[in-house]
Design a protein around this ligand. Structure first.
Ligand code: ACO
Ligand code: ZN
Length: 281
């Protein structure tokens, strides 16, 4: 027998349409009741407002003035931009973003209270405007020193390296703040896979560049990854050895080769010098 809350959390929206993309949803999201009856929810690509028919969306689009997320552009490289949006100043937009992301996030409680968060939205720009690819949220003041609360790459853009640059961006912000950071727990399976891949790459890069003696603290300070996450990553790639009475960090050929192979792929990366940002006071 299912409890009322479980029944209420069954996937309630089948499909969404955003621009030219139509995607099936993964999980329950508390969209207003009226949307659960329609087969496809149509979202305005720019303000993320939901509509129950294409007709309503087209009518809206004639009036919607947004061509990018309603915040400051704090980074641009080629066609990729990041916008910083304050949950308190742009409540409607940020609530729409949370409703959308909840469709693909199971384990997180959805925050109706968006005020304590900043949202970093990554977009790809073309002649029509800046189209959202993914985002992450960040508590303005995290007691646990989390540098990221929720992360999402929209399903139509997944597995193209965008999650990796969202994560990299969150660590670049931490570097500017002079802090070490870690994502909010628990991580989803996909979140864990992506973080493990990012951590491994960032740490191995550091080790290959430094050689010689390097401590976990030094790696942490250079990457803004917490010492705990550095340790776990080193353990997971079997790089912590006990040698002549001492713990040493030692990369296997397999790990180095995997890193070199990844390096060969021309992947997008974040250029820290293009970040135009000061920590909000
Ligand atoms: N299967 C296996 N490995 C994967 C997968 C997958 N489906 N997705 C990511 N990875 C690993 C791979 O190592 C990948 O590198 P590769 O493609 O070179 O092999 C690496 O992670 C990075 O992949 P990206 O393409 O950069 O990541 P993507 O843009 O797909 O975004 C994300 C990853 C954000 C986790 C995405 O899967 C997503 O939005 N999922 C739904 C929401 C979610 O679970 N968010 C995390 C919740 S935890 C939190 O918010 C703190
Ligand atoms: Zn709109």
């Amino acid at each position: 027998t299912q409890s009322i809350t479980e029944i209420a959390r069954v996937r309630n929206i089948n499909r969404i349409r955003m621009g030219r993309h139509e995607v099936d949803t993964w999980y329950f999201s508390p969209y207003p009741q009226e949307f659960t009856a329609c087969d496809t929810v149509h979202l305005c690509e720019f303000c993320l407002s939901p509509f129950d028919s294409e007709f309503q969306l087209v009518r809206h689009s004639k009036r919607c003035r947004l061509q990018h997320p309603p915040g400051n552009e704090i980074y641009r490289h080629e066609d990729i931009s990041f916008f910083e949006i304050d949950g308190r100043r742009q409540r409607t937009y940020c609530r729409n973003l949370c409703l959308l992301s909840k469709l693909f996030l199971d384990h997180k409680t959805l925050y109706y209270d968006v005020d304590p968060f900043l949202f970093y939205v990554m977009c790809q720009t073309d002649a029509h405007g800046a189209h959202i690819i993914g985002y992450f949220s960040k508590e303005k003041d995290s007691a646990e020193n989390y540098n990221l609360a929720c992360i999402l790459t929209l399903p139509q853009h997944q597995r193209k390296g965008y999650g990796r640059i969202l994560i990299a961006f969150s660590y670049e912000l931490s570097k500017v703040e002079g802090k070490l950071g870690s994502p909010e727990k628990p991580l989803s399976d996909l979140g864990l896979l992506s973080y493990r891949a990012y951590w491994t790459e960032a740490i191995v890069e550091r080790l290959i560049r430094f050689r010689g003696d390097v401590t976990v603290e030094e790696i942490a300070n250079a990457t803004a990854i917490t010492p705990q996450d550095v340790m776990h990553t080193l353990q997971s790639i079997d790089a912590l050895k006990y040698y002549k009475g001492q713990h040493i960090i030692c990369l296997s050929n397999k790990v180095v080769e995997a890193y070199r192979r990844a390096e060969q792929k021309k992947r997008r990366c974040i250029h820290p010098e293009l970040l135009d940002w000061k920590p909000p006071v």
